[in-house]
Design a protein around this ligand. Structure first.
Ligand SMILES: Nc1ncnc2c1ncn2[C@@H]1O[C@H](COP(=O)(O)OP(=O)(O)OP(=O)(O)O)[C@@H](O)[C@H]1O
Ligand SMILES: [Mg+2]
Length: 359
């Protein structure tokens, strides 16, 4: 649009009475204008955020690598997320918007994965102007205001998608959204070519919720009790249970009876499995490094990891397999254990601010 105005301006200038140019020269002006605009636009988009490949680099390799390195215990998530995001980004005209519904108990990585997707697809990650995180309890707290929220949500999505068709919307705590609010965004996820002159098919929508989390945990427990390896659990063994739990959720909120499900507009239901001790240990190691208590993984004494592990609770009461809060409270427990050690003075570990030798 901007480009057309710019070029048209130059052509008009060339054909203004008193400025006599031949048709050839007018065409030259148009070509020159187009070139000047392209250079100007390239420069502008180097400095300011634009809805283009520079600001939306869609780094699928980076996404695969980070999920493989940083995400623990979620083999189903890893495979499905990469497959769907890759499939969606590889064409400039996908058949519909990508809609992924993340399900799982607390602290198993739903926000963590959303952040990794945002960071690898968009420059600036969650801070990119094309990435929008909406928390149900923060943005839509009152059930009585659904009609108002619907209008608000609709115009907000339309505004953002008009600005950039490659926008990503992350709806957090979907299970706490007022009932049927999400149905208002149904048209934007459908197979329409355009709505009101805007193409919504390149958008990405992520729904995060705890619904289905207990059903997933029960399936993993059954799988474990039958002596099978966790990684042998197939998506097909969990997917149906998650969908049913979401659609029939007791809270009657979020995706409950939603047209998004009945009209098959959700690309995939992605189950996040409850985390076991071995995964939590990896999260503890990550936190000890991130928070600079240690420089190298192999130098972390196992008793430090065990001390943090002891601060967390595991379920079911008899088997004690799954962390009740996944990896969510790991960072604060790491700080607590390390500070406690410092106070007690049991060891001379490398505390932030540095006290001890290189590790
Ligand atoms: N599977 C995982 N692998 C590695 N780290 C994880 C994993 N799950 C959680 N974490 C760590 O725990 C933190 C909290 O997890 P996250 O916020 O993603 O949980 P959630 O699934 O969104 O939980 P909730 O339902 O309570 O919102 C993350 O920032 C990350 O550091
Ligand atoms: Mg979360």
């Amino acid at each position: 649009m901007l480009k057309r105005t710019f070029v048209l301006g130059l052509v008009l200038l060339a054909s203004t009475p008193g400025i006599a140019f031949s048709a050839g020269i007018s065409a030259g002006f148009a070509a020159l204008g187009s070139l000047a605009y392209t250079s100007f636009d390239a420069l502008r988009c180097k400095i300011f955020v634009c809805c283009n490949d520079v600001w939306i680099p869609s780094n699928i390799e980076g996404l695969s690598r980070e999920l493989a390195e940083k995400l623990h215990g979620q083999h189903l998530v890893q495979r499905t997320v990469i497959g769907h995001v890759k499939g969606h980004m590889r064409t400039s005209n996908p058949p519909k918007a990508l809609v992924l519904s993340f399900h799982g108990l607390t602290g198993v990585g739903k926000n963590f994965v959303s952040r990794i997707i945002a960071e690898n697809i968009y420059k600036g990650g969650l801070r990119s102007p094309f990435v929008h995180l909406i928390s149900a309890t923060k943005e839509f707290p009152h059930e009585g205001m659904v009609e108002f929220y619907k209008a608000q949500l609709k115009s907000w999505i339309e505004g953002n998608m008009t600005r950039c068709g490659r926008s990503m919307f992350i709806f957090d705590e979907v299970d706490k959204l007022p009932p049927l609010l999400l149905d208002v965004i149904k048209p934007y996820m459908d197979y329409y070519d355009e709505l009101g002159g805007v193409n919504y098919r390149r958008g990405i929508f992520l729904f995060l919720s705890n619904s289905g989390g207990s059903a997933i945990a029960q399936t993993v427990l059954d799988h474990w009790q039958s002596g099978k390896k966790r990684v042998s659990l197939e998506l097909s063994e969990v997917e149906g249970k998650v969908t049913r739990a979401a659609v029939n959720s007791d809270s009657h909120q979020g995706l409950w009876h939603s047209q998004l499900i009945s009209n098959h507009l959700i690309t995939a239901f992605i189950p996040f499995l409850p985390l076991e001790k071995s995964h939590v240990k990896k999260c503890i190691t990550d936190a000890l490094i991130d928070r600079k208590y240690f420089k190298k993984r192999h130098t972390i004494p196992s008793e430090v990891i065990d001390s943090v592990l002891k601060e967390l609770t595991f379920t079911p009461t008899t088997e004690q397999i799954f962390s009740s809060t996944g990896c969510k409270r790991v960072s604060e427990k790491v700080d607590y254990v390390m500070m406690d050690r410092e106070v007690v003075g049991k060891e001379s570990w490398n505390m932030p601010g540095g006290r001890k030798d290189e590790m």
